[in-house]
Design a protein around this ligand. Structure first.
Ligand SMILES: Nc1nc2c(ncn2[C@@H]2O[C@H](COP(=O)(O)OP(=O)(O)OP(=O)(O)O)[C@@H](O)[C@H]2O)c(=O)[nH]1
Length: 242
């Protein structure tokens, strides 16, 4: 299995801007409720949302992307990522197709200046640590500092504690991850690129948040990503062994 080492250019259909929202022209005889509530803006399915995986080397960024993209885990198959490469994925959310362009970055320090350059036009960042590695968890604060320095202030950030299947080697309790996420007001979940636990949920939650932001209607309640994640977790009962 080849690992993703590609240095492909950003795809030609990549757009950094959200669509312009044009209120649909309504009939002349506008009812009172229509007058009060402008029609909900539609989502532009041509939008491509740049989503970047970041975190220390070895936390499982490539494995997480391969699990999400191909639904499989190939143990120990990936040598450290060199540079940066992307995979395009389409996720169906609420009957619309959300295009994610997911970038897998190299966690090694020597590639840091390369990856910083990609933060600026990122719409979402998935920040990973390894639940069996205290240093990868301790470095999350430094990663968040870098993100705040180089990324746009409204970038969607999600913290993921990966390798949740390795509970016997756990170095970071789940509540420690939750506490850190609360401190930075970012959503959090534990994932396993090996078993696939929460992998789809992590990307779907990000896609939902991006969609809602793109069509945010002033009169509609804001999408609550935390509540969505909690509800999905309860529904699946996936995480009782954490
Ligand atoms: N048990 C277990 N092993 C994992 C998991 N995710 C990744 N691994 C293993 O951890 C090692 C590192 O995984 P990678 O996906 O290469 O990590 P990375 O973050 O992309 O590393 P860099 O490319 O160096 O930044 C590999 O041996 C994977 O098989 C997981 O969820 N569970």
């Amino acid at each position: 299995m080849e690992r993703m080492e590609s240095m492909e250019p950003i795809s030609t259909y990549y757009k950094t801007d959200y669509p312009e929202i044009h209120p649909e022209s309504g009939s002349r005889e506008t009812t009172e409720s229509q007058a009060k509530t402008p029609p909900a803006p539609t989502y532009d399915e041509e939008l491509v949302h740049k989503t970047i995986l970041v975190g220390d080397s070895g936390v499982g960024k490539t494995s997480l992307l391969v699990q999400f993209d191909q639904g499989k885990f190939i143990p120990g198959s990936f040598s450290a990522t060199v540079g940066i490469g992307f995979t395009n994925k389409v996720i169906a959310v609420d009957n619309v197709n959300i295009k994610l362009q997911i970038w897998d970055t190299a966690g090694q320090e020597r590639f840091r200046s390369v990856t910083h350059a990609y933060y600026r036009d990122a719409h979402a960042l998935l920040l990973l640590y390894d639940i069996t590695s205290k240093s990868s968890f301790d470095n999350i604060r430094a990663w968040l500092t870098e993100i705040h320095e180089y990324a746009e202030s409204d970038v969607v950030i999600m913290l993921l504690g990966n390798k949740a299947d390795m509970s016997s080697d756990r170095a970071i309790r789940r509540d420690e991850g939750e506490r850190l996420a609360r401190e930075y007001s970012v959503p959090f979940m534990e994932t396993s690129a090996k078993t696939g636990v929460n992998v789809d949920l992590a990307f779907t939650a990000v896609a939902k948040e991006l969609k809602h932001r793109a069509v945010q209607h002033p009169n509609q309640p804001k999408f609550q990503i935390h509540d969505y994640i909690e509800a999905q977790r309860e529904k699946s009962g996936c995480c009782s062994y954490f």
